[in-house]
Design a protein around this ligand. Structure first.
Ligand code: C2O
Ligand code: CU
Ligand code: CU
Length: 499
């Protein structure tokens, strides 16, 4: 049996590391992280419901440097929001107005983007809403979304990947009356849990420097150490028969094929933008960077269950695209989270047979269409502006150029095609859309609901029905981009205004 990192003194670990400096430097950390005997309790981020002031729900968020003890007495340099690594889970209510006061205590600029929301462009928190070093920024908007799991993260031009890697991200929960009436598990930290899935590469000093090489530049940064809410090798003690996990792929570039080690069936109840029409029974969910899925796991058998990302290869050559959706990208093998039933487990109310009233997307409502082709030309080659051949419709991100002008309230069909050798999760700001077809076929149950990010495999074409209901601004744009953060930073991003 390998020693646990938590038993090791800093000196011993440094000594171990020193022997393996160089290419194999991350191996010792990864090996310790995988040791089953050393699982530690899952970190549950603090829940921040804000403060009601003058009819607005106010939040104070400070982005700053931190030092996180991922491994016992080793301090890893990080960034976080109101903490060392990641941020609090913000709880919003549909229909309310929120005010988010962001301050930046770092000597580098940052932004905070509210991923998944229809909001004014000035409140989006994208590359044009920079929070200067030592500066402040306030976003105000009405929560127009349904009950769902959203998130927030840095979106600084060219530096998103770097800052998210360091920890500038957090989850947002939205409640509404429709969901309240369903009696789903929603007691935060008791039967309803945030599950932020990431992987990180640590060096032998326990640090996770952000450094790209040819491989990570193309594939996105990843690492051997699986983290859930910033916890290495976590377990979660389960005290109810049904457990709701709000899964967020918060990694930079890894696609996860998620299921349980024992192959148990679970229910997906929500996609990115809210509840599905009915629970979808499945044994595996493919979750790409930026995507969320809420699942309910039945633990009444009282047996421990390991949430795992199963190793899969695919996403090259375009041939795998049609294979039932399970081979759409490369997925690494990670044991993310062990669910451990307590000695006594209380019985949860049964999952309802129907969840939300989801209108069937009506393609005939569309009055316009647009086409987006994702390209990686000359992998690893440099271009003057972004440093990579990553583009959409042949153009790399240019913050001074508006790629698309969309009319507010107009329904459109967007056709997204992948002409590259890698799978790309395509994300669009300021709306929740619906998938009409994936390579001509109706989407699987798990992605038939509201979405803001859709994985498009090599050779695939996805048609979505999209509309931007509120807010127009003819000068300030929103973004659409690949959510593999290295691709986004290298130029696989474009800008649109809603007029
Ligand atoms: Cu999750 Cu443009 O971002
Ligand atoms: Cu977004
Ligand atoms: Cu990409």
């Amino acid at each position: 049996m390998k020693p646990s990192p938590f038993d090791l003194s800093r000196r011993a670990l440094l000594k171990t590391g020193a022997a393996s400096l160089g290419l194999a430097a991350i191996a010792p950390m990864a090996a310790f992280a995988g040791s089953h005997s050393s699982r530690q309790p899952l970190r549950i981020p603090p829940l921040d419901p804000g403060q009601m002031v003058d009819g607005q729900r106010k939040f104070d968020l400070t982005v700053g440097h931190g030092e996180m003890a991922f491994f016992a007495d080793l301090k890893t340099k990080t960034m976080g929001i109101n903490g060392d690594y990641l941020g609090p889970v913000l709880r919003f209510r549909a229909g309310e107005k929120v005010q988010l006061n962001v301050s930046n205590t770092m000597e580098e600029a940052t932004t905070l983007h509210w991923h998944g929301f229809n909001l004014p462009a000035a409140a989006d928190g994208g590359p044009h809403q920079v929070v200067a070093p030592g500066g402040d920024w306030t976003a105000e908007f009405e929560v127009r979304e349904k009950a769902s799991t959203m998130w927030y993260h840095s979106h600084l031009m060219g530096k998103t990947a770097d800052q998210v890697w360091a920890g500038v991200a957090g989850m947002i929960l939205i409640d509404d009356e429709e969901a309240d009436a369903l009696n789903l598990p929603n007691n935060y930290g008791v039967d309803d849990f945030p599950v932020v899935l990431q992987d990180r590469a640590f060096n032998s000093y326990g640090q996770m420097p952000y450094r790209l090489n040819m491989h990570s530049r193309n594939m996105g940064m990843s690492g051997d150490v699986a983290l859930v809410n910033g916890t290495v090798s976590p377990y979660l003690e389960v005290t109810t028969s049904l457990v709701r996990l709000r899964l967020l792929n918060g990694s930079n570039g890894s696609i996860y094929a998620l299921g349980f080690e024992d192959g148990r069936t679970f229910s997906q109840i929500a996609s990115d933008g809210g509840l599905l029409a009915a629970p979808a029974q499945t044994t595996m969910i493919l979750l790409a960077p930026g995507e969320r899925a809420e699942i309910v796991v039945d633990m009444s058998d009282q047996a421990p269950a390991m949430l795992r990302s199963f190793a899969q290869t695919g996403g090259s050559g375009g041939m795998m695209g049609g294979m039932g959706g399970m081979m759409r990208g490369n997925s690494p093998n990670h044991d993310f989270l062990e669910l451990r039933p307590a000695t006594s487990v209380s019985t949860s109310p049964a999952l309802p047979a129907t969840l939300a009233d989801l209108p069937t997307p009506d393609q005939n409502a569309a009055t316009n269409s647009r086409q987006f082709t994702l390209q990686m030309n000359g992998m690893g080659m440099m271009n003057a502006f972004t440093g990579g051949g990553f583009s959409i419709n042949g153009k790399s991100m240019d913050p001074t150029y508006i790629n698309e002008v969309v009319k507010m309230g107009e329904t459109e069909v967007w056709q997204i095609s992948n002409a590259s050798m890698m799978a790309h999760p395509f994300h669009i700001h300021n709306t929740q859309f619906r998938i009409l077809a994936r390579n001509g076929a109706t989407p699987a149950a798990g992605e038939a609901g509201r979405k803001d990010t859709v994985l498009v495999s090599p050779g695939e074409t996805v048609h979505i029905l999209i509309r931007f209901d509120h807010y127009s601004d003819d000068s300030l744009p929103y973004m659409y981009h690949c959510h593999i953060l290295e691709h986004e930073d290298a130029g696989m991003m474009g800008q649109f205004v809603v007029v």
